[in-house]
Design a protein around this ligand. Structure first.
Ligand SMILES: Nc1ncnc2c1ncn2[C@@H]1O[C@H](COP(=O)(O)OP(=O)(O)OP(=O)(O)O)[C@@H](O)[C@H]1O
Ligand SMILES: [Mg+2]
Length: 496
């Protein structure tokens, strides 16, 4: 259900108070005004700075800035003098939660609520963060919103672009339908104000709006999410950047269109990638998002714990709520065992147990279109509930790369450093690096580059070989752990 319908329904269900939690006041107000119009309600808005105003009137009611006075004014509407109009209203009170700490304001608000019960009048508290006194909660509904949906983003982009064209000469655009869809999908998760701002940025650069601006949008979005803290928006990666993972690539290809076209089959739900460190699990998450053509959001559980001690559970709910609004998308939980470790239940007073519960319920009930990608190193720390059949479509095991994959790894990482793979003896390098992880192969190339540069030489196979030979791969130190991991995986997973 879209925000508009949800709000509509709440107002029609005669909730006296709707708490509208939104990061984007302009968008929310526009939405509310539209709904008031549809339902034939008078639209009022109040803020501490502007006072109480009706409709598009510029002037506020006399002395209505103070919350108490505003409420008294509104209460007068409900006991109209004879002959006065009694059209019901939608009263939007900005940041009103903050003033309810004052006992007189709270009392008057309760009086007002009692007055309007069972009428079509509705109070909407518009605020960035949900907070309501206990005694008001039963009369109120809570709504989170402020992210325009895909249907709303298109017109918003067009409108912003038209404004820019009118205000500046020489502004052009060339976007076909397919590209426009991509841009819209990339803008999802941003507020209306943020969308306007980033479209401005795109056009400011070269007076053009085109598909190349996708990069600006993604960088902007990444910054926004990093600041907000709970979810991180990640850039996806092309599948050519990963060596091996043949089974995973095939799995993805078979399901590629399921999130977009009407493919007639249920959309896949999620994958768990577990296995050896440094072998490309995190990289694979980024590739999955690209293959499905979905935005990728990373939920960092350890950040959830450390940053918001005492509010962890609430924040998890919040993050999951945001993800739902961003569907279709990929939610990536990296190192899932760290957040849901089965053994830590007693240590942290049960927080991780409750978190796990919240998360499991969500995985069961979540809307379709949210693809879950979980990665894990340590399977023994994973709570068994998480592995139960049906939670994930598949569990993939990521082992150390075989010889052929190592050859591919050298090729990919030489290319990443602007070197020509054909100048190197890839077969020899692959044979000499048994038990190396992908990360270690990448590191060997980097160290060889440093060495060659310090010796004022051009990098050759020999430089890399030297680095390989002087490195003891981590897997050698952890061979027991890896053997046990493999035997665990054999019965429960399929290789990537
Ligand atoms: N199969 C691979 N193909 C290409 N590059 C790889 C591969 N495996 C590892 N790498 C390189 O190693 C880096 C580290 O890998 P990544 O972070 O994906 O491993 P991981 O399995 O998530 O490790 P960790 O368990 O430490 O989180 C990657 O950014 C990539 O450069
Ligand atoms: Mg990783």
């Amino acid at each position: 259900m879209g925000l508009n319908e949800e709000l509509n329904l709440l107002i029609q269900s005669k909730y006296p108070v709707v708490f509208f939690e939104s990061i984007d006041e302009v968008y929310a107000l526009r939405q509310l005004k539209g709904i008031a119009g549809q339902l034939g309600l008078d639209f009022y808005q109040w803020s501490l700075t502007d006072g109480l105003k009706r409709g598009d009137n510029d002037s506020a009611y006399y002395l209505s800035k103070e919350p108490v006075k505003a409420l008294r004014t509104i209460l007068d509407f409900f006991s109209p003098a004879e002959g006065a109009p009694t059209q019901p209203g939608l009263f939007v009170l900005k940041d009103f939660d903050k003033y309810l700490e004052d006992p007189l304001t709270l009392r008057l608000f309760k009086d007002a609520i009692n007055k309007i019960k069972n009428s079509k009048n509705t109070f909407v508290i518009l605020s960035a963060e949900y907070k309501l006194p206990k005694e008001i909660e039963p009369d109120s509904a809570h709504l989170v919103g402020g992210y325009p949906t895909e249907e709303e983003i298109g017109p918003l982009v067009k409108e912003t672009y038209t404004e820019l064209r009118q205000s500046k000469s020489g502004v052009t655009s060339s976007i076909n339908t397919e590209e426009f869809k991509k841009i819209i999908s990339a803008l999802k998760g941003l507020s209306a104000q943020q969308i306007r701002s980033v479209i401005n940025q795109c056009v400011a650069q070269d007076s053009r709006l085109d598909i190349k601006d996708l990069e600006i949008i993604e960088t902007y979005k990444k910054k926004v999410f990093d600041q907000e803290g709970l979810l991180e928006f990640c850039l996806s990666e092309d599948k050519d950047n990963i060596a091996g993972f043949v089974n995973l690539k095939r799995w993805l290809e078979e399901r590629q269109d399921c999130f977009h076209a009407n493919c007639g089959l249920p959309a896949p739900k999620g994958l768990l990638l577990m296995g050896v460190q440094g072998c490309g699990k995190s990289l694979a998450a980024k590739i999955i998002a690209r293959e499905f053509n979905l935005p990728l959001y990373r939920l960092d559980l350890s950040r959830l714990y450390s940053k918001y001690i005492g509010e962890t559970e609430q924040n998890l709910r919040k993050a999951l709520g945001i993800v739902e609004k961003l569907c279709p998308s990929c939610l990536w939980i990296d190192e899932i065992e760290k957040g849901f470790a089965s053994s830590s239940g007693d240590i942290d007073g049960g927080v991780s147990q409750r978190i796990l519960g919240t998360f499991l319920t969500w995985t069961q009930e979540r809307a379709t279109g949210c693809f879950l990608i979980a990665t894990a190193n340590n399977v023994y720390q994973l709570p068994p509930e998480l592995l139960r059949k049906g939670r994930f479509d598949e569990i993939f095991f990521v082992d150390l790369p075989d010889t052929q994959t190592r050859e591919e790894l050298f090729k990919i990482h030489l290319k990443h450093r602007a070197l020509k793979p054909e100048d190197f003896d890839l077969k020899l390098l692959a044979q000499s690096s048994a038990d190396f992880s992908g990360a270690e192969i990448e590191q060997a190339i980097i160290s060889a580059l440093y060495r060659a540069s310090s010796e004022k030489e051009t990098i050759t196979t020999r430089h890399i070989l030297e680095q390989v030979q002087s490195t003891k791969p981590l897997s050698a130190l952890k061979s027991e752990e890896i053997t046990s991991l493999r035997s665990w995986a054999k019965e429960r997973t399929i290789p990537v």
